[in-house]
Design a protein around this ligand. Structure first.
Ligand code: TYD
Length: 139
């Protein structure tokens, strides 16, 4: 992917099927999500004041949804930063490769659902911010 800036990370409005008994959001590969989903995971029981993330991925794309509660995601492409508050189960932040992310301000009981384009691979992580900046500025 050539142009991996924060401006290419969009908040998608996800479909909502509503009736008086509540809502359903169903996500289909490629139709509602701009990549093929190969892994689903979720963060929960995040203690008050704890942060998550603090890394970038080389190849991985993700759709991040606050299915319950709320949290903030700061995305960073080495030049620009953007903070997005996720607080509804029908919004999903699409994070493209080579974007640093920090997840903060988890509300009590928040659940962060992540749909990911690849299976877990420790080698896909960039955990050193200096290395990330170097990688972005060498392009
Ligand atoms: P990490 O992705 O660093 O968490 P976060 O970005 O939410 O702070 O992962 C935390 C730990 O969990 C790390 O040891 C790797 C492990 N892990 C897996 O084994 N499989 C997975 O799919 C994920 C996302 C993490």
């Amino acid at each position: 992917m050539l142009d991996t800036t924060v401006f290419n990370c969009n908040v998608l409005t996800l479909p909502k099927i509503h009736n008086r008994a509540g809502n359903i959001t169903a996500l289909n590969n490629f139709r509602d999500i701009p990549f093929d989903v190969n892994r689903v995971y979720y963060l929960y029981d995040v203690p008050g004041g704890e942060d998550r993330g603090g890394h970038a991925h080389r190849e991985l794309q993700q759709l991040v949804v606050a299915v319950s509660g709320s949290f903030d995601i700061t995305i960073d492409d080495g030049r620009n930063k953007k903070t997005i508050s996720l607080n509804r189960p029908y919004y999903g932040l699409h994070i493209i490769p080579e974007i640093w992310r920090d997840l903060t301000n988890f509300s009590s009981g928040a659940i962060c659902l992540v749909l990911a384009s690849h299976k877990y691979d420790a080698n896909d992580y960039i955990r050193d911010y200096e290395q990330f900046i170097q990688m972005k500025t060498c392009k």
